[in-house]
Design a protein around this ligand. Structure first.
Ligand SMILES: *Cc1c(COP(=O)(O)O)cnc(C)c1O
Length: 400
């Protein structure tokens, strides 16, 4: 017997920790770019599970493969081999800068792995380097160490003392980065486009210069592509937009169409620092999840979703710019590919999001002034037009 929304809300308050500021909708079904709630109302999904459902909800190719694999073998342990895991590692090596992978269960865990790998890499070299420079406003996950890496003091404060080893610099400020480097600095870790922090892309020249500075100072460049990777920014990986390569990259959100995965990818010289027993995960790289990821990557290639993301991202951004030109509420349009955001000059982002939700389009607000858009990569121009119209009305309504 299905519970009503009111019952769910009441029971959530009683039985779930109050960690999420949820909107009052319960979903029961998804297909492509559409979602349906418990009352049967249809929605156009412009957040894709926060950048997770890149190939669309319940893609038949992913669903069928997962169903079959669950019935055959759900879990073994990493004491043994399974084919999907090794095939996914091979695939990621083929399509990225990297040579070797490790599979974790989440973005935060993949980032933890990146920090451990960095430390082990310098340990093997006999160098006492461990500090990692990250950016203000960054977001790297919810574990204690990734909270320390995250450049948002208001998120950190209640959980102090945090693990040491991170130093924060303003994004897109090369001089600040240079000044932050000392003899114990091991790596620079950046999101090519800051996501949770408010959709702030790295300047093209900045990220190239960071690569150069890392080379000059023998530092590793870690790119946290948990949100930007897997086609989101109009390339398979966002670093391709900047014409550089990192030494380590982490992926998670879009990789397995909603099943929990994190991937740590590195060049061989760095990856080989890990020896047996030094890192692991019980569920990491299980056959169901890695098969889902393989099928997700296949769908992206077969349906040419990278090209679509690039084209629709361009179209969508232009539409947002047009909206900005005719509407004095939008301060700035930011982002890359289909990872876009608008900054408003009034604190009405939440109201705008709720207004659009009421009209059946799902957006996400970051704080009081930013609205974020992360649609499935298969979004159509018609659906973008529809969303823009509803956004326009909601903006006007919220400003009165
Ligand atoms: C979402 C996100 C994370 C955290 O991923 P989880 O799977 O929630 O641990 C880390 N880094 C970035 C850039 C993210 O967007």
């Amino acid at each position: 017997m299905a519970e009503s929304l009111d019952e769910l809300i009441k029971k959530e308050k009683m039985y779930h920790m109050a960690t999420y500021a949820r909107l009052p909708v319960a979903f029961v079904k998804g297909k492509g770019t559409k979602l349906w709630d418990i009352g049967g109302k249809e929605y156009l999904d412009f957040i894709a599970g926060l950048g997770v459902i890149n190939v669309g909800h319940s893609h038949p190719k992913v669903v069928e493969a997962v169903k079959k694999q669950v019935g055959e073998l759900t879990h073994i342990t990493n004491l043994f081999y399974t084919e999907p895991q090794i095939k996914l590692a091979e695939k990621l090596a083929q399509i990225s800068f990297g040579d070797k992978c490790f599979f974790a269960n989440s973005g935060a865990e993949a980032n933890e792995g990146a920090v451990k790998l960095t430390r082990k890499y310098f340990y093997e070299k006999g160098q006492a380097k461990y500090k990692i420079i990250t950016a203000w406003r960054s977001f790297h996950g919810r574990t204690l160490k990734m909270l320390a890496a995250t450049g948002q003091p208001e998120k950190q404060k209640p959980f102090e003392p945090l693990p040491p080893g991170f130093k924060h610099v303003p994004l897109n400020d090369i001089e600040a980065l240079k000044k932050a480097i000392d003899e114990e600095t091991a790596a620079v870790m950046l999101e090519p486009v800051q996501g949770e922090g408010g959709v702030y892309p790295c300047d093209e020249q900045y990220l190239r210069k960071v690569r150069q500075i890392c080379d000059e100072n023998s530092l590793l460049l870690i790119l946290d592509e948990v949100q930007t990777g897997v086609g989101r920014c109009g390339e398979m990986f966002a670093y391709e937009c900047f014409d550089i390569e990192p030494d380590i990259m982490t992926l998670a959100k879009g990789l397995a169409s909603g099943l929990p995965i994190g991937a740590l990818i590195a060049k061989e010289e760095v990856a080989d620092a890990f020896k047996p027993g030094e890192h692991g995960a019980t569920f990491g790289g299980g056959p169901v999840i890695t098969l889902a990821a393989l099928k997700t990557l296949e769908v992206i290639e077969e349906e040419e979703l990278i090209e679509t993301a690039k084209e629709q991202g361009f179209y969508f951004k232009n539409k947002l710019e047009e909206l900005k030109a005719e509407n004095n509420l939008i301060e700035e349009v930011r982002g890359l590919g289909l990872m876009l955001g608008i900054e408003l000059n009034k604190e009405i982002a939440k109201e705008v999001v709720l207004g659009c939700l009421d009209k059946g389009v799902i957006f996400n607000n970051i704080g009081a002034k930013i609205v974020r858009f992360l649609p499935p990569l298969c979004i159509s121009k018609g659906e973008i037009d529809q969303a823009i119209d509803i956004l326009n009305v909601a903006l006007k309504k919220a400003s009165h």
